[in-house]
Design a binder for this molecule. Sequence first.
Ligand SMILES: *Cc1c(COP(=O)(O)O)cnc(C)c1O
Length: 406
Amino acid sequence: MKNDSEFTAEFTAEMLRKAKDNLMYFTNKPDIVFSRGEGSYLWDTEGNRYIDMIAGWAVCCLGHTPPVVADALNRQAALLVNPSPSFYNVPAIEFAEILCGISCMDKVFFINSGAEANESAVKLARKYGQKYKNGAYEIITAWNSFHGRTLAMMAATGKKYWDPLFPPRPEGFVRVNYNDIEDLRAAVSPNTCAIMLELIQGEGGVIVGDKDYIKQVREICDSNDIVFIIDEVQTGLGRLGRMFGYEAYDIEPDVMTLAKGIGGGFPLSAMLAKDKFCCFNIGDVGGTYCGTPLAAAVGKAVVEEIIRSNLVDTVKRNGDYFTERLLALRDKNIGICGVRGMGLLLAAELADESAERVKDICVDNYLLINAPNKKCLRFMPALNISADEIDGALAVLERALLEVYS
Ligand SMILES: *Cc1c(COP(=O)(O)O)cnc(C)c1O
């Protein structure tokens, strides 16, 4: 779809040339340059409008450029950006109170990315092991998991093809098969200080944790005094049609990490813990940008908006609708053989390894979707996406599937 007032093709070509000259290569990107976003739409420099099922990677929970984020940024930027992490500031205090109020957690540590929040959770668990569990330091994580890209979080993450990268690897991470309680039980030892899991393995292709499994993990942690860390970076703050994913599993974690949606697109993350586990000493964690008023003001505005607009209920409704429509598409036998997920974290399993091709055809037709692996398409739109926008996206997807599978 065209919009007349945008840039020219020459400008786009120049941008792409400069991008290749000056931006460090680390992944393949399509020859598109985005310049503007609103709600569930993005516009490129040639005025094409895309419907966005990626939402900044499950980040822009209120859609692109929501007014509450712009307002909070503007207001706070004019007041105080960063007094330094060694002083208290108003937005961080107020936002921490909100997060503790809506979750089962007692304390918050703010940082900037999901990987850093998880890294901080691992530090907290190892501190707990050092202080109260004879130096236990091992963290059990799951194969097919994703916890971030710092060196330690790459070791925590369950991607086999990452293991040989950047040796030597940080030690002390033990991987087990997801949803396999016996495998996990066998991995627990006196050295285990924590078990860290996602409730839905998002990057792993939207693999949903079994309720029984998660409950049994909780029991294993309780009976062995092991810290249960739940990585809610992708599942937290409404994405699953619950404020936090753990609510759908009828358990409470000991430590929880949040990122992605928490800033509505602005970099911010948090590691939350119950009082019993808050055992850091001076200097154990920190960072120049931990809990800046600017980031906290944005996070506070985003979460207040999630609460005010009852967004969690909207996600439940939209998630049901989206799932229903995906199932209808599956029933047409044009390539989708399975649908899974919860809320607005959904995936379609394809009959063969054409996910990349389907995704590329969708992008050519102005629909942005993600293919986490060769057989899977993932949908993680803005939480306030409308039924019409879902219909629009699925119409493009249907045409792409017809092109590949008929
Ligand atoms: C995205 C993600 C991370 C990493 O977050 P970054 O902000 O990219 O560091 C960690 N855990 C899960 C479950 C994620 O989805």
